[in-house]
Write a protein that binds this ligand. Structure first.
Ligand SMILES: [Zn+2]
Length: 339
């Protein structure tokens, strides 16, 4: 716990603000947004071979074997290269046409003028039935999750302030046994998202439920055009106060939204090359699990960033984004998600 000096403060603040968050929330139980505004892409690959380089996953467990079995969506060097080229092009286009208040031309690693970006959040609670075991996550946990996100992204837990805040717009409860558990890469996942996804590219759609393959969550990276699959899928019991031991302080949500805002894992690329394309996260050879203080897997400067939200450590171990990650997320917002 010593690794996370602001943890107690953060949790206490989370409790204190829960009442306010409940009052402010615009929960609309049972409302299913129309899906007709969004055209579905052709059916994707089967779950056996996830080919969508725009998504990524976080896993439970503490072994490399579990990691390999359950996190098939890490990007190859070639995929990263292609995504980075697209990012640079999209950023050029957006800054040419942008009337946004975001500072044009901000580059990774520099301190950007922090824009106040408010992200509307729609939470879809996928349930098998009305029991907690059947996915019925209470509103109180969802409100606590929003509080955790806002603390994480504001730097209140010890990292860089990113400029992003998250505002809950709607809680949409859906009872459908065919979508429970949510199976990564399945046709059912696509059906679910086609039916439920709402809002533009700036709207964060968060799907909660029991997940396949012992996964904690997965996310899509941003794309230039709106994709019906866009959003984050998070294990419902990983929300603050949930039952997922060691992963129940809400940081799966924080991590997956990092991907949604274009961050890679801190261990992307291992010790060589441009790694995670962020200059102030020390290189890391492989994911860190639990909380291995002092871990240092690359000869390059700096110990492994095990306390970074984009690693695989316990929620109690991770508490920060870096300034470089904040800058990358702001640029990605400009390039891909800003109106
Ligand atoms: Zn991840």
């Amino acid at each position: 716990m010593g690794l996370r000096p602001n943890l107690l403060t953060r949790r206490a603040a989370g409790v204190a603000s829960t009442t306010l968050a409940l009052l402010l929330s615009t929960a609309a139980v049972g409302v299913v947004p129309a899906a007709s505004a969004y055209s579905a892409a052709p059916e994707g690959a089967s779950c056996a071979e996830p080919t969508d380089v725009h998504s990524d996953a976080r896993v439970r467990g503490g072994s490399k074997a579990a990691h390999k079995r359950h996190d098939p969506n890490e990007l190859t060097a070639k995929q990263v290269q292609e995504r980075e080229a697209d990012f640079a092009a999209a950023l050029r286009n957006s800054t040419l046409r942008s009337k946004s208040s975001l500072r044009a031309g901000a580059t990774e690693g520099k301190t950007v003028a922090l824009a106040a970006v408010t992200v509307p959040v729609v939470v879809h609670v996928i349930q098998r039935d009305s029991t907690r075991a059947g996915g019925n996550i209470p509103d109180s946990l969802i409100n606590s999750q929003i509080t955790v996100l806002n603390q994480a992204y504001s730097g209140a837990t010890g990292g860089a302030a990113t400029g992003f805040t998250f505002q809950l717009q709607q809680i949409n409860r859906v009872t459908n046994a065919a979508w429970y558990p949510i199976v990564q890469g399945s046709s059912a996942e696509r059906q679910m998202k086609t039916s439920l996804r709402t809002g533009g590219k700036n709207t964060l759609n968060m799907y909660l439920g029991e997940l396949s393959d012992d996964l904690l969550g997965w996310a899509t990276f941003p794309k230039r055009s709106l994709d019906v699959m866009d959003g984050v899928v998070v294990l419902g019991e990983s929300l603050p106060g949930g039952t997922a031991t060691n992963y129940n302080q809400g940081d799966t949500g924080t991590h997956e939204i990092g991907h949604w805002l274009n961050l890679y894992h801190t261990f992307q690329g291992g010790c060589s090359g441009s790694g995670d394309s962020v200059s102030d996260t020390p290189a890391e050879a492989s994911p860190a699990f639990q909380c291995p203080t002092g871990r240092d897997t690359c000869t390059a400067t700096g110990k492994d960033p095990i306390t970074n939200f984009m690693d695989y450590t316990y929620d109690s171990c991770m508490y920060q984004f870096t300034a470089g990650q904040a800058s990358r997320m702001v640029n990605a917002w400009t390039a891909y998600r800003a109106a």
